[in-house]
Write a protein that binds this ligand. Structure first.
Ligand SMILES: *[C@@H]1O[C@H](CO)[C@@H](O)[C@H](O)[C@H]1NC(C)=O
Ligand SMILES: *[C@@H]1O[C@H](CO)[C@@H](O)[C@H](O)[C@H]1NC(C)=O
Length: 544
């Protein structure tokens, strides 16, 4: 067997070609490959130790790059744009703590990124942007407590993420990661939560998106009304929402209606009166009545005349019984409509009135010779009751006697002097009352089947109102103060107590009312000495 040209001459040619190619390679290296100081380089990889910054002079065809014990503080944006062919990048035992936006920009071929045993505490939400080919990401053994939402967005090739050895706080900020884990094909190594207390020591991998309670709520200032008011009542009439205020100084009941286009509350009508303290709406058989209580000049009942589009006075209330009205409640028992006026004069008497189809007549006078400040209608064990608060004795509980069709005095609330008002609310079938005291501690009590028992006390200073407010599944109690900020408490179902949630600045608050319109919820706060305020109840998702 023989090859043409074989012999000494042939070998020489081959050797010469080999030598030439080596020379060419060397020449390329000399022209393009300057291994940066502190790094050791071979043709396609480089290892840098103790460098102060990320060098930019690697060969363009380097495919793997490692940094060990480097001195830089962060990986800045675009650090590797000069090495677009990198497939593996490793940082270990470095001291940097920050990865900036677009740190790995241009690395469209990068498949492995190990950032381990550093001190990373903060990663930009766009740190990994553009890493389309990345398969394996390790951020193990750093100081991470959280990861910004959607930091892995667009990294569709990921199959493995390693977050071991960090101090992950599994709170709402990390809820997205739990959701992501349930959707992604990538696997995550086991991560133990360092907090918050309810998740401490648990595996993040075991948590479910609904393990996170991330919706918080707030009353946000929405509209200021340029008048003082002493009471506020929201009502629905003919499928529209209205609010009526008693304006004591102007001497009017002023009505607002919701403007669905302008998204504000605008003036609807007014009823002129004097020294108005309560304007109580009552809808009976699609007719709107307003009971207007005045400190002087007696109290009156108005009816909305739909054809004339105005309120017409239909009745005066017996001035011998009602001398100094302070509060009005309306209620229905067995299909019959009633209202009750609490009278705070010594000679007057808290009186129940009943609708007889034509007008209202006094049905029963309760509690003579006491100065009642407040009356509350509520059902206790499905039976109608009234609770009367007065400045001279403990709150008194009356029970409706069905055969007599009258309220009978039943009991009082023990050890509770100086209660200005009592308002009730329910949480999951349990009945609670809020007791307002001007100086001293306001209370929340729970009905235990036989009596009201104390649940919680609230220091109150100058409080004329401690009112429960329900918005959907949220239960609040708002404690007004004439001397300091108004405190909003929110019911904590787990603790079975109220916890402070927000402070509102209202001058001399006197009452609150909630209106739901167009899927929005508003809280009206009457102010006796300042501007009446409207707040919107808003929800905030802490995981966003
Ligand atoms: C997971 O893998 C399946 C099958 O390869 C693929 O169809 C799907 O799009 C992947 N899901 C994600 C979120 O990447
Ligand atoms: C209702 O009143 C009548 C007459 O005063 C009394 O005999 C009866 O016991 C009362 N009913 C209840 C449930 O208190």
């Amino acid at each position: 067997m023989g090859y043409p040209g074989r012999g000494w001459g042939g070998w020489t040619l081959l050797l010469w070609l080999a030598a030439l190619s080596l020379l060419l390679a060397e020449g390329r290296r000399i022209r393009h490959f300057r291994c940066p100081p502190g790094c050791t380089c071979t043709k396609d990889n480089a290892l840098c130790e103790n460098v102060r910054s990320v060098p930019h002079t690697f060969p363009s065809d380097v495919v793997s790059l490692s940094f060990v014990k480097s001195g830089f503080n962060e990986i800045t944006g675009g650090s590797f744009v000069h090495s677009p062919n990198l497939q593996l990048l490793l940082f270990t035992a470095n001291s940097f703590d920050l990865i900036d936006e677009d740190a790995f920009q241009g690395l469209t071929h990068l498949e492995y990124l190990f950032i381990e045993n550093n001190r990373i505490a903060s990663i930009s939400p766009y740190a990994f942007r553009g890493l389309k080919a990345l398969i394996h990401l390790s951020l193990a053994y750093n100081n991470l407590e959280t990861l910004p939402k959607d930091v892995f967005k667009g990294m569709d090739a990921l199959t493995k993420v390693d977050l071991r050895g960090n101090n992950m706080i599994c709170d709402c900020k990390l809820k997205w990661l739990v959701e992501w884990m349930h959707h992604t094909n990538a696997t995550l190594d086991e991560i133990y939560c360092s907090g918050p207390p309810i998740h401490q020591g648990k595996k993040l991998n075991d948590l479910l998106p609904h393990s996170f309670d991330c919706i918080t709520t707030e009353f946000a200032s929405y509209q200021l009304l340029k008048f003082e008011s002493i009471s506020v009542d929201a009502f629905t009439f003919g499928n529209e929402e209205y609010v009526v205020f008693a304006q004591p100084f102007a001497g009017t009941c002023s009505f607002l209606e919701w403007d669905h286009v302008e998204m504000t509350f605008r003036t609807y009508d007014t009823i002129e009166s004097t020294s108005t303290v309560v304007c109580k709406p009552m809808v009976i058989d699609n007719h709107l009545f307003i009971i207007v209580a005045q400190l002087f000049g007696g109290s009156h009942i108005y009816k909305r005349d739909s054809s004339a589009n105005k309120f017409i006075k239909i009745q005066d209330i017996d001035i011998l019984r009602i001398r100094k009205p302070n509060d009005i409640e309306t209620f229905v028992i067995d299909g019959e409509s009633f209202f009750v006026i609490a009278d705070s004069s010594k000679a007057g008497s808290t009186t129940v009135y009943k609708w007889n189809g034509i007008g209202f007549y006094s049905h029963q006078s309760l509690h003579p010779w006491y100065r009642d400040t407040d009356v509350e209608y509520l059902e206790i064990s499905n039976k109608p009751h009234l609770i009367l608060s007065s400045s001279s004795q403990r709150p008194v509980v009356y029970q409706w006697n069905r055969s007599q069709k009258k309220f009978d005095r039943r009991t009082d609330i023990p050890d509770m002097e100086d209660v200005f008002s009592v308002k009730h609310f329910r949480v999951k079938g349990d009945l609670f009352i809020c007791l307002t005291r001007f100086i001293g501690d306001s209370r929340v009590m729970r009905w235990d089947g036989a009596m009201f028992k104390e649940v919680q006390t609230f220091p109150s200073r100058g409080s004329m109102v401690f009112q429960p407010v329900s918005v959907g599944k949220w239960q609040y109690a708002i404690l007004g103060s004439d001397y300091s900020l108004t405190q909003v408490y929110q019911w904590d179902t787990k603790r079975g107590q109220f916890v402070p949630s927000q402070e509102l600045s209202i001058q001399a608050p006197r009452g609150f009312s909630v209106v739901s319109v167009d899927n929005r919820v508003f809280l009206f706060a009457s102010s006796f000495k300042g501007k009446t305020q409207i707040y919107e109840h808003i929800m905030i998702d802490l995981s966003e």
